[in-house]
Design a protein around this ligand. Structure first.
Ligand code: ATP
Length: 328
């Protein structure tokens, strides 16, 4: 059973359709990345899941509880980390966590332990007496994550937790997410930083204009089908030689020349034919020092997915327009 089920979610703000028919499941223990440009609908989706906003249509069930009808039960199971959180003046790290532990209904020794455990996990023990408005961005994010963990929730919803962190703090944050995942938590995490999610997540969910445009493993997005596989070739000589060779060789297309050589495509080629092409390249006297299949980066895959979606939408619109034209 998926621990999170989102079905046909819709949310409008006046004329803006922020979320349009979003559906997905998250399996227990899965780390699912949520990727989308500014205004794509990530925060709106997450806020509905976290019981902080109400959908116009559709439903969300977390741990068997409907967010609309059983928000209390849902809140006890989720840890929510917003993309920005308010700081309180003259409040120390410890006081802040203790306050939220009380809000979560923890009492006595259980509360003390929860605050101590969270501070140890998020590396806040040494700065527990610091006032929270004096913290660095990285410390603040760790504190915000700590707040979300106080009641030991099984599902974490993290809205852009790495935004604005410096590289060191980002690495540290990633490590904490990985530890939580190893601990069996189900994690839904949004980001603009695609390469980060690629390393952290079991699967990624792409949202554009309030609609899911891809749901799958990061690898499935980056895999290049054989038809469009591109090979990078580097030479120890003038790259022009590669252009001439590609021109004369059937079944080879030059995608572009680079400083060191070029990028070649072998349309419809079997791996054996690619191997044969490499043998010919060498036999024809080109000094090959590198020959490797190019991998798409997640960023590139994302852009291609968005472009595909845009083309689909345009085609649908023009089909509708043609249909209307015929009728009138
Ligand atoms: P970002 O990465 O910038 O946070 P996002 O993917 O989280 O973007 P949302 O914040 O969900 O996107 O916004 C989706 C759309 O809904 C945007 O066009 C936004 O302007 C609009 N929107 C969100 N909240 C409101 C609101 N309370 N009132 C009016 N419009 C809103």
């Amino acid at each position: 059973m998926p621990v999170v089920q989102v079905e046909a979610l819709e949310r409008r703000f006046g004329a803006v359709a922020a979320v349009q028919g979003v559906s997905f499941d998250i399996e227990p223990g899965q780390v699912l990345g949520f990727i989308g440009a500014n205004g794509a609908g990530k925060t709106t989706t997450m806020r509905i899941m976290a019981t902080l906003d109400v959908a116009d249509a559709g439903r969300v069930v977390i741990g068997g509880h409907d967010v609309m009808n059983q928000p209390e039960q849902v809140r006890s199971q989720i840890g929510w980390m917003p993309d920005s959180y308010g700081t309180y003046p003259h409040t120390t790290v410890w006081e802040y966590l203790d306050f939220f532990a009380r809000a979560f209904g923890l009492e006595g020794r259980a509360r003390e332990n929860a605050v101590a455990d969270v501070m140890a996990f998020t590396d806040l023990v040494e700065i527990q007496e610091r006032e929270m408005d004096s913290l660095s961005k990285g410390m603040g994010q760790r504190l915000c994550l700590g707040r979300a963990l106080l009641h030991d929730p099984s599902v974490l919803i993290l809205d852009e937790p790495a935004a604005g962190l410096d590289p060191k703090a980002r690495v540290e944050f990633k490590r904490l997410v990985r530890l939580l995942a190893n601990d069996g938590k189900t994690i839904f995490i949004s980001s603009h930083i695609l390469s980060e999610l690629e390393e952290m997540c079991d699967a990624v969910l792409f949202i554009d204009n309030g609609q899911i445009v891809h749901h799958g493993s990061a690898e499935s997005l980056m895999r290049v089908d054989d038809e469009s596989a591109v090979y990078v070739v580097s030479l120890a000589s003038d790259p022009e030689g590669l252009a001439r060779w590609a021109d004369m060789t059937p079944g080879v297309e030059l995608v572009e020349l680079t400083m060191k050589g070029g990028r070649l495509r072998f349309p419809m080629a079997e791996p054996r034919q690619v191997a044969e092409a490499l043998r010919r390249l060498v036999a024809d006297g080109l000094p090959v020092i590198e020959f490797r299949r190019e991998e798409r980066r997640l960023e590139q895959a994302f852009i291609e997915t968005l472009n595909k979606n845009e083309t689909l939408n345009k085609n649908e619109t023009s089909t509708t327009a043609v249909g209307n034209g015929r009728q009138s």
